[in-house]
Design a protein. Structure first.
Length: 287
């Protein structure tokens, strides 16, 4: 009788600025304590983990996710993707069909729920259906982005606080500003300044804590000076040498650290289906 080779548990770093592939683990089943600790350490080391060939029910996806933390629950006054007061789904449909929330367009580099008082520590995204082309997701190493800044810029931004305005409170039909310069427009939500240079709560490493295109404001700087600085930092951030591009296969789960990365999604053809399921984990106040 032919024997089926058992694939042993393995964490293999990618040849990329971040990421490791995990094989030989069935995420639908209980995971041994030793393995969970190895995965947590690997996330600190590599910032994103890619689990191949998974097949999970919603309950199994939640059970696996909760090994790594509790669910992110948005406050009513700080809405996020798919949130509804009192009835935010546990699993978010990252899909362009069947009532999914994310359409077929490009999503610029961001970390999840950054405008909230305690943004998500990490998210898990599970691929159920993928299009024949496009729709790749990129993750960018924000520690590398920080470390490659010149010394003068590092000193200049060391103690700055950044407000990221909640895009889910803006009128979708009004042109977006990248920088809040008109202070005469009243604020419609509470704002939560966070450090522009974030210290990772577990590794102590420093990260450039900035996304590519959400409206922001540097606390204490004149609008023009702040806008120039943010533009300079965003140009630096958006470099291929900092990111890994993931081409999805059905059954992939990618678990990423929102405290150490930002992510981007390519557009894909509007007549194709792309269905993923996301669980976002709770996080702590950035420092
Ligand atoms: O569609 C994707 O690949 C990523 C969507 C996203 O930003 C997320 O799930 O947080
Ligand atoms: Fe996201």
């Amino acid at each position: 009788m032919p024997t089926i080779a058992k694939v042993d548990f393995q964490i293999t770093p990618l040849d990329a600025p971040l990421g490791a592939v995990v094989t030989g683990l069935d995420a639908s089943q209980p995971v041994a304590p030793k393995r969970i600790l190895q995965l947590k350490q690997a996330l600190r080391d590599y910032h994103i983990l890619i689990f191949k060939n998974q097949q999970l029910s919603d309950e199994q996806l939640l059970n696996f996710s909760f090994y790594f933390g509790a669910l992110f629950v948005p406050l009513d006054e700080t809405p996020v993707l798919a949130s509804k007061p009192g009835e935010t789904p546990l699993i978010i449909s990252v899909s362009n069909v069947d009532g999914g929330y994310t359409g077929t367009g490009e999503l610029t580099f961001h970390s999840d729920h950054k405008w909230t008082p305690y943004p998500s520590s990490g998210s898990l995204l599970y691929a159920v259906e993928i299009p024949s082309q496009g729709g790749n997701t990129y993750w960018l190493n924000t520690n590398l982005a920080y470390e490659t800044l010149d010394i003068a810029t590092k000193e200049r931004i060391a103690d700055l606080q950044l407000i990221t305005y909640n895009p889910f409170l803006q009128d979708r039909n009004v042109p977006r500003n990248l920088y809040r310069s008109n202070k005469s427009i009243p604020l419609i939500s509470p704002v939560f300044p966070h450090p522009l240079v974030r210290t990772h709560p577990e590794t102590g490493k420093k990260h450039l804590y900035l996304d590519a295109a959400t409206e922001v404001e540097v606390v204490g700087l004149e609008a023009e000076e702040g806008a120039v600085l943010i533009e300079q930092l965003r140009q630096h951030l958006n470099q291929a040498q900092f990111y890994y591009q993931h081409k999805w296969s059905i059954g992939d789960i990618v678990y990423w650290d929102n405290q150490a990365t930002v992510h981007y999604r390519e557009a894909f053809p509007a007549n194709e289906r792309r269905v993923l399921k996301r669980v976002s984990l709770a996080g702590s106040r950035p420092f």
